[in-house]
Write a protein that binds this ligand. Sequence first.
Ligand code: RIB
Length: 298
Amino acid sequence: MTRIVVVGSINMDLVTLAPRFPDPGETLTGDRFLTIPGGKGANQAVAAARLGASVAMVGCVGDDAFGQQLHDGLVAEGVDVTHVGRVAGIGSGTASITVAGGENSIVVVPAANGRVTPAHVEAARGIVRGADAVLVQLEIPLDTVEATLRIAHGEGVPVILNPAPAQRLPMDWLSRVRFLTPNQHELATVLGAEGETDFRALMRHAPCPVVLTHGADGAWFREKDEEPRHQAGFKVEAVDSTGAGDTFNAALAVYLPEGLEVAVRKACAAAAIAVSRLGAQGGMPRADEVTALLASQP
Ligand code: RIB
């Protein structure tokens, strides 16, 4: 069983389904409202657990009602929450999400996620040491991301850095990254090349291996000095893309022991299933569903 540690955000997603996105200043009538556990870190933890990994989460929730629900939700998914802190006097992270026509727009308020410190990662060093991979994203403070890279790299554990939401990062951080997993826009931002649209050139320029998600087109990957390789996406009817990238990252980590090419193919399949269902954690598949989708392909 693959052992994964996820260091990252835990949000309550406040999801409104609407016929279209409102214009600035416009009030629209929506179709439905749901609260669904989310946050890039928690999503990746839940997705990895559903795919059969043993998963531990490092993060923080607030001392509000959402905090208890988010904590209990992770426990129900089988995620080890020993290193999920409950911060007094602050709310849990939230994401206000509008879903329309299979696309989404998201406003995140970090709240307790802003209190995930390097000390939390240091406290989890023992489980990091025993992990097959560590997953980290950019919805927690950057010094905590840096500590995660340093500690995991020091323990000889590969780190998958999902640079979302995009920020420019110091280049020397990337030398400690086993795989950087941006989309095209995120890769340009991380490398300080905003506006550059030649993503294959950016992949060649990156100082670490890159697995680039490319929406319905699938993914591109480059491990060493070779040309970027392509994995086609799996055709599904798009319902909600929220959390598809998180599902991709989790599957990549879970299936990496089977080799990069297999892992990317399975990650594309898992992400396609996630896109075909509503909600981030609502849409994440189990391992047998990924196997079935792959088996159904010519
Ligand atoms: O990646 C999707 C996630 O981004 C949502 O669940 C939301 O919480 C935001 O963090």
